[in-house]
Design a protein around this ligand. Structure first.
Ligand code: ASP
Length: 418
């Protein structure tokens, strides 16, 4: 069965294609494909796709603009997202489990340097990559999570080992890595996670932090610039507590007016700002899937936030916050983790489906575009329910996202406006 689109989506799809065909000559087929996909997954109404089974992925949300994304980079990211969708689809098409589809898709995204997970993870304040991941099986409500691991190539696989091979749900740091070794999972050198782009991102964040924070008397303190990856930095000031910024509420099902998160005093963990490009984005990856047996699963993997300190852990590995699945509903989140933890976003969406009998797209949109916007929390989620309803709401200007149903046609979108 092909995905069904609402009449409005059909209109915009045709309009988008026509617009591109007019001056055509120079539009490549991949540009036409991208415009078609953007129109199909537009955000001013919930996606009306309803496959019998399928997979939805995200590669992070934030202020992502066409101006800040080069055509080459955009094409490369779309290609990786497509590959992740196809990896998950290959599992589901064979009658495989949603859990396997989720981990297969996330592994592809973790192996790419473009997303903030696995290979492309951001650096923390000390110049180290600390990775978080979680997975949850909706059918059994078994879950596994790891946080602050430094030598695990695919943290989503370790999260799954925690779920399947231990009596626990969450393991952190050295303990999680010792468990990995006990299960035969090799540790990789921390250098594996080094990318020049992320390293420069940290340097820029440190400079911004220093410029904002250091009173004149402290200007002479040793600089963290020029540090080698993995080397500890000089002692740092503790960050000030973070406060939500009130923002304009939006109607459920409608895109919000943009929340305007402000820089947090005492910290350069500015919500959504990727200091690499000046672009605003988070870059975490996640997947949710519904398999042919009617079972749901969710998974999320991240490097967290650039310049994070003191063992900070975000929402991604917290079951019920950034990752959740039960027999009705599966959610993976991306955004400013502190808000997603405090508002238990993933579970809140599924609880509204369960207790209020809300359609999934409505529940997801309400939590992201109303509850979170009012709180000042920036980000988005992907979600699926047992009937195959799909939701991908976000309250920032972009979210890397994609969908594939049983017909095997991948659809990838990035921006809010087609
Ligand atoms: N939610 C993640 C965190 O706070 C960041 C992200 O989504 O990119 O760690």
């Amino acid at each position: 069965m092909s995905p069904t689109f609402s009449p409005r989506m059909h209109r915009s799809l045709l309009a988008g294609t026509a617009l591109l065909l007019a001056p055509m000559g120079c539009a490549t087929s991949s540009q036409v494909g991208a415009a078609r996909d953007e129109a199909a997954l537009r955000t001013d109404e919930p996606p009306r796709v309803k496959p019998k089974w399928g997979l939805v992925i995200h590669g992070g949300a934030g202020v992502i603009s066409r101006e800040n994304l080069s055509p080459e980079r955009e094409a490369a990211m779309r290609a990786v997202l497509t590959q992740a969708l196809q990896a998950g689809h290959a599992v589901l098409a064979k009658g495989g489990r949603s859990l396997d589809a989720v981990t297969a898709a996330i592994r592809v995204l973790e192996d790419s340097p473009y997303f903030n997970a696995g290979k492309g993870a951001v650096f923390n304040h000390d110049g180290v990559n600390e990775l978080d991941a979680a997975v949850m099986d909706g059918k059994t409500r078994m879950a596994g999570a790891v946080a602050g691991v430094r030598h695990i190539q695919n943290p989503i696989d370790l999260a799954r080992l925690v779920m399947e091979k231990s009596p626990h749900v969450m393991m952190v740091g050295d303990g999680a890595e010792a468990f990995a070794q006990s299960q035969g999972m090799p540790l990789v050198d921390a250098k594996y996670f080094y990318t020049e782009e992320r390293w420069q991102g940290l340097q820029r964040a440190l400079e911004q932090e220093k410029a904002k924070e250091a009173p004149p008397a402290e200007q002479g303190q040793p600089s963290t610039q020029g540090l080698s990856p993995g080397q500890p930095t000089p002692p740092a000031q503790p960050p000030a507590p973070q406060q939500g910024q009130p923002a304009t509420p939006a109607q459920p099902g409608q895109p919000s007016s943009q929340p305007q998160p402000q820089p947090q005093p005492g910290s350069s963990l500015t919500p959504g700002v990727d200091p690499i490009t000046g672009d605003h984005k988070f870059g975490t990856v996640g997947a949710v899937a519904l398999d042919q047996h009617g079972d749901l699963a969710a998974g999320t993997s991240t490097g967290g936030m650039t310049n994070k300190r003191f063992g900070r852990v975000g929402d991604s590995p917290i079951i019920g916050a950034g990752t959740y699945a039960d027999e009705r509903c599966a959610v993976s989140a991306t955004g400013h983790g502190e808000f997603f933890i405090r508002y238990t976003v993933a579970r809140d969406i599924c609880a509204r489906v369960e207790y209020q009998d809300l359609p999934l797209p409505e529940a997801a949109s309400y939590v992201i575009n109303d509850v979170l916007v009012k709180a000042g929390g920036e980000g988005g989620v992907i979600a699926m329910d047992r009937q195959g309803h799909v939701a991908m709401p976000f309250n920032s200007s972009g979210m890397y996202r994609g969908y594939i149903g049983e017909d095997g046609t991948p659809t990838v979108a990035i921006f809010q406006q087609p």
